[in-house]
Design a protein around this ligand. Structure first.
Ligand SMILES: CC(C)(COP(=O)(O)OP(=O)(O)OC[C@H]1O[C@@H](n2cnc3c(N)ncnc32)[C@H](O)[C@@H]1OP(=O)(O)O)[C@@H](O)C(=O)NCCC(=O)NCCS
Length: 335
């Protein structure tokens, strides 16, 4: 990587970054045509990158070759009392020009990660596009592992499952207690092996309130599945906000769950049939959802429904001992 010059990204780089990102997305949309969306325009991409850089938490590096920006990597620093200090590289946060090797992404990371560590950020995550394998290849070879899968279903291609003996209905404002009961399904399931996600009581309380509130929101659609008059599962939908990785005319399946004891009986499949039918009738063409790769049920179920991954969130945690156990420490230098 000798013929590159690496330097911190500033808002002076935005027009070159727009060019790199637009070209990256043109390439992504060859495999995922729905990514050729109305967001893929110079002004909107430029606005998004400007917003990122103006937020005050963006920190990244560009690679210059022959006076041109040929790649960039920008992370957003997040400081949170529960998860600590971390850096998240958004979907728009990395792009290299066509013809540049995946190795350039590794070198951009080598430069940017030093700045992030200096700010105490040892946990790094990245939204990785999947059509161009360079990104997955580079992040995998930087010891990033897959955490979350982001996927799209083309509702015109949905093949309904055989309906089980389940009634599906729209939830109403009277279903607050039902939603409160459903609200811990995902957290409790993901607390078990092999996801091992911690459950915090204060977070469960927030989720429960959010589930109750969803019934008041006119933009949210909640479907309930009933067996023998009892609610046993749900789907919650919202219109997807426009973005670089969001198709036009898209609804998001935000959360879904089936009560323990009723799983693998066709409840999820019946909800999916009803949800897809309803969303097509409402004029949506695409549905997005995301799941933990370690969630055995959802990582099996959603692909069977026809969801196709378009991006991964990958993560790496650097050993915090590095803060003192490094070659600049005099007690290490004596060796
Ligand atoms: C994912 C979930 C919503 C599916 O609902 P469901 O009512 O169990 O689904 P169905 O019975 O209609 O379909 C079952 C199919 O899903 C897959 N599946 C469901 N649970 C599975 C598991 N634990 N392991 C592997 N595959 C599983 C299988 O393909 C299964 O078909 P099969 O039984 O013929 O093999 C449900 O398992 C659930 O609530 N999980 C816990 C909460 C959760 O993870 N929610 C999703 C968050 S993204």
């Amino acid at each position: 990587m000798e013929d590159y010059l690496f330097r911190t990204i500033t808002d002076q780089d935005i027009s070159s970054m727009v060019d790199l990102l637009m070209r990256r997305q043109e390439h992504e949309s060859q495999l995922f045509p729905f990514l050729k969306n109305s967001f893929l325009q110079m002004e909107r991409i430029s606005g998004r990158l400007r917003e990122m850089l103006a937020s005050g938490s963006a920190l990244g590096v560009g690679a210059i070759q022959n006076g041109q920006l040929v790649g960039y990597l920008v992370g957003m620093i997040r400081i949170d009392t529960r998860s600590g200090r971390c850096v998240a590289i958004p979907y728009e946060g990395a792009a290299i020009s066509a013809g540049q090797p995946a190795e350039l992404i590794r070198h951009l990371y080598a430069e940017a990660s030093v700045l992030w560590l200096e700010r105490g950020c040892f946990t790094h995550s990245a939204y990785v596009p999947l059509a161009d394998s360079s990104y997955l290849d580079a992040f995998s070879r930087l010891s990033f592992g897959i955490e979350q899968v982001y996927a799209v279903l083309d509702l015109e291609e949905y093949r309904p499952f055989r309906n089980a003996n389940v009634e599906i209905r729209l939830a109403t404002k009277e279903d607050g207690d039902v939603m409160a009961r459903m609200s811990s399904i995902i957290s409790k399931y993901q607390n078990t092996a092999p996801a091992f996600m911690p459950v915090f009581p204060e977070v469960l309380a927030d989720i429960r309130e959010g589930f109750r509130r969803s019934l008041e929101d006119p933009d949210t659609v909640v479907l309930l599945a009933e067996k023998d008059g009892q609610a046993v599962g749900f789907h919650m939908y919202d219109t997807a906000s426009p973005g670089v990785m969001v198709p036009d005319h898209c609804v998001e399946l935000v959360v879904a769950g089936t009560l323990e004891g009723y799983r693998r009986c066709g409840v999820g499949q019946s909800l999916m049939n009803a949800g897809c039918r309803m969303m097509r009738e409402k004029g949506y063409r695409y549905m997005t959802t995301d799941w933990r790769i370690t969630n055995l049920a959802s990582s099996t179920f959603w692909p069977k429904c026809g969801f196709r991954p378009l991006a991964y969130r990958m993560a790496r945690v650097i050993d915090p001992n590095y803060a003192w156990a490094n070659v600049n420490n005099p007690c290490i230098q004596q060796f």
